[in-house]
Design a protein around this ligand. Structure first.
Ligand code: LLP
Length: 421
């Protein structure tokens, strides 16, 4: 069992808190995170990069709860943000502005202005029009924006096609072959200062191989840019390190850091990395209760009170998440092959297909594992299901770090136009 979750006396615990006790206290479905696991994951990264001048900027998109951001910020982390909302969350949670990187392919002029006003560490540019927009805004504000260009190195990350970002047909970054011209253009604009090069090739990488050529190309580019007269002092290597969902064997942060050490060699650059999933993935679970067990002619279904709106990864990426009963089954009970589904009116609302699980009945609790990354952050209120609760556990204590949305809050946001009232 991974991370901060383990069976104690036959009951799955988050650290030293029984998930059965927790479910009674906060209800289900709920995301549950382990502080110890979050901290351990961060320390694995910071240890891996010790000796390098490195900033670990937690990719807030993976889990944007402020309690999670704060947990990392207290350990020295910065943040990688991709929207005004994420920027405000990161700042509100205590991530210092000079450790925040603003990434993203479609930052609006309003967002660029806010990033400059906040005095962030770096803005990663992804297109020429964005470069022009930022230079105009910075000039109006009479500031010089520190920028990196996110380059697209044309490397196949080998992960799911919907989360691979570094191939030339992807929308991200500027083609690496155009990068020198882009830096030349930036140098013409006094309101911009090109301080670095950025790259991010994809997410849930389970081998080092795609990183090596991408990082090597970036290091070569830094040398070429310096030859062209640009004072490049930073490299942002993005995120992407995978976690174990099923039977993957992802590299450790130490192995990943070694690839970076090798690529940057003696360039003397400040390093930024933007891990998301590797910091939060295995530190969270989705706690849910079985509503019904349904036996059809052809299939048996376990219908949970969690659904695709709470955790969309299986529906969107056919992602595997281990599902385990909170009360440990005895080996004698054997297993039953079931489809584990949610109540939403879509066939895609399926967490697992033909999964062998111990027999479970209505009212039993299950944990959907490794749900700390891109779980709550991607939740929606589809089918008018309120956003679920998030809970942070520390030893035997817990704190509700986002209360379950009430139905009144949810439906109360609608407004009737005058011609209908
Ligand atoms: N930096 C940038 C610029 C990114 O686009 C991302 C993720 C990260 C860092 C963090 O990547 P990580 O370390 O978490 O792999 N919703 C998908 C994953 C989307 C990733 C998007 N970008 C999923 O649930 O698998």
């Amino acid at each position: 069992m991974n991370g901060g979750f383990s069976y104690q006396d036959g009951v799955l615990h988050a650290e030293n808190l029984s998930l059965s006790v927790l479910a009674d206290a906060v209800g289900t479905p709920a995301y549950v995170y382990s502080s110890v696991r979050l901290e351990a994951n961060y320390r694995r990264f910071s240890d891996a990069f010790s000796g390098l001048d490195a900033r670990i900027c937690f990719a807030v998109k993976a889990n944007s709860n402020q309690a999670v951001i704060r947990t990392f910020a207290e350990l020295g982390a910065g943040a990688d943000v991709v929207s005004l909302g994420e920027m405000k969350r990161a700042l509100a949670a205590g991530a210092p502005a000079d450790k925040i990187v603003y990434s993203g392919v479609g930052k609006t002029r309003g967002e660029l202005r806010a990033a400059l006003e906040a005095g962030l560490w770096q803005i990663n540019l992804e297109s020429l029009p964005e470069m022009v927009a930022l230079s105009e805004i910075a000039a109006e504000m009479n500031v010089v924006a520190s920028v990196a260009v996110r380059v697209n190195p044309d490397v196949d990350a080998g992960s799911h096609h919907k989360i691979s970002t570094g191939r030339k047909e992807n929308k991200f970054g500027i083609d690496i072959d155009h990068a020198r011209q882009t830096y030349a253009d930036i140098a013409q604009r006094s309101s911009l200062k090109a301080v670095g090069v950025a790259v991010h090739i994809g997410s849930q990488l389970t081998g080092l191989e795609p990183f090596r050529p991408a990082f090597q190309r970036v290091a070569d580019l830094v040398r070429a840019l310096r030859d062209d007269g640009h004072d490049i002092r930073r490299i942002d290597f993005g995120g992407g390190l995978g976690v174990v969902y099923h039977n993957e064997n992802p590299p450790s942060p130490a192995e990943y850091a070694e690839v970076i050490r090798h690529a940057v060699g003696d360039l003397g650059c400040v390093i930024t990395v933007e891990p998301g999933r590797a910091l939060v993935g295995d530190a969270g679970i989705l706690l849910s209760r079985v509503v019904y067990r349904k036996s059809g002619l052809h299939r048996r279904f376990l219908i949970l009170d969690a659904a695709m709106n709470d955790l969309i990864r299986p529906a969107l990426y056919d992602a595997w998440h281990t599902i385990t009963p909170v009360v440990e089954a005895s080996h004698a009970e054997g297993k039953v092959v079931v489809d584990v589904v949610g109540p939403v009116c879509e066939t895609g609302d399926t967490f697992a297909t033909q999964r062998a699980l111990p027999p479970l009945s209505a009212g039993d609790l299950v944990a959907i594992m490794t749900a700390g990354a891109y779980g709550a952050a991607m939740a929606s209120s589809y089918n008018s299901r309120p956003l679920l609760a998030e809970v942070l556990v520390r030893n035997r204590e817990f704190a509700v770090i986002r209360p379950r949305q009430t139905i009144e809050d949810l439906i109360g946001l609608d407004r009737l136009p005058s011609w209908l009232s």
